[in-house]
Design a binder for this molecule. Structure first.
Ligand SMILES: Nc1ncnc2c1ncn2[C@@H]1O[C@H](COP(=O)(O)OP(=O)(O)OP(=O)(O)O)[C@@H](O)[C@H]1O
Length: 259
């Protein structure tokens, strides 16, 4: 069931497309160009890491791409469909059906069991919350034995794996991760990254992940580098060393030297 690839939904080969996306914050005279004309196309079944110095626009990029924030200019397409031009209710519906989100702090509902957390997005999307489907995705993330536990009874790594199961259960067109390993120890982080990689390689999922960690970025197929709201570089088949090296130079480029 989970082998059904996203492209079967619309036939579009692109999971995500941004055309000259801009996001300006603040009133006139005091404006910040958080995103300054970002264009990209990510194919289905790709795993992309987004890196850049603090304040370079990574969160803004993720929020605009996932329909959580509205760009000031430009266009965003998910699975071939433009996000703009929908009212809030229609956008929420689109997000529930097509977009998965994994946060640094897991954001599980503490009063619900693992199983209930994972079936919730299906219920919210008005789909039948098939327990078999939820069990299958939880088995995939290695938590088939913890269905009736509450988040507080799990380790951080296990909680993040529940969050990934919850994001995958609707078979989203794109799974966005905002520092998904930022709160985890090295070993749990590796497990979570391997899981994301498996979702891409075995199940054709598309993943876009913001991270500060060159090791985490090395699990992706390619890395986009942001600086001052623009894409300033791209690296395919990244290694942690090469990413760290590129990041060092990025910081050199934008932080003025102190005399
Ligand atoms: N709500 C807001 N109002 C005004 N400026 C904002 C707002 N949100 C972000 N910014 C500014 O936009 C720019 C990009 O911010 P963003 O949070 O996207 O960067 P980031 O790369 O995610 O940073 P970090 O790595 O520190 O989380 C920054 O200069 C930031 O100060």
């Amino acid at each position: 069931m989970f082998r059904r690839k996203a492209e079967e939904r619309t036939g579009s080969p692109e999971a995500l497309r941004l055309e000259s996306v801009r996001r300006v914050y603040g009133a006139e005279g005091n404006q910040v160009n958080a995103l300054d004309g970002v264009s990209l196309s990510l194919p289905k079944g790709s795993f992309t890491a987004v890196m850049g110095p603090s304040g370079s626009g990574k969160s803004t990029f993720l929020h605009c791409a996932a329909g959580l924030d509205q760009p000031t200019g430009g266009r965003v397409f998910v699975d071939g469909e433009e996000l703009a031009g929908r009212n809030e209710a229609a956008l929420t519906k689109f997000r529930r059906e097509r977009i998965g989100f994994v946060f640094q702090q897991f954001n599980l509902l503490p009063a619900l069991t693992v199983m209930q957390n994972v079936t919730l997005p299906l219920k919210l999307a008005g789909r039948k919350a098939d327990p078999e489907q939820a069990r299958a995705v939880l088995a995939r993330v290695g938590l088939g034995e913890r269905l009736h536990h509450r988040p507080s009874e799990l380790s951080g790594g296990q909680q993040q794996r529940v969050a990934i199961a919850r994001a995958l259960v609707t078979r989203p067109s794109v799974l966005f991760g905002d520092e998904p390993t930022g709160a985890l120890d090295t070993r749990s982080a590796r497990d979570v990254l391997a899981l994301l990689q498996e979702a891409v390689r075995m199940y054709g999922q598309t993943v876009v992940m913001v991270t500060h960690d060159p090791v985490a970025a090395s699990y992706a197929d390619s890395v986009l580098f942001l600086a001052d709201g623009r894409i300033v570089g791209r690296m395919t088949a990244p290694t942690a060393e090469a990413v760290a090296e590129r990041m060092t130079h990025l910081s050199d480029e934008i932080i003025p030297a102190v005399a």
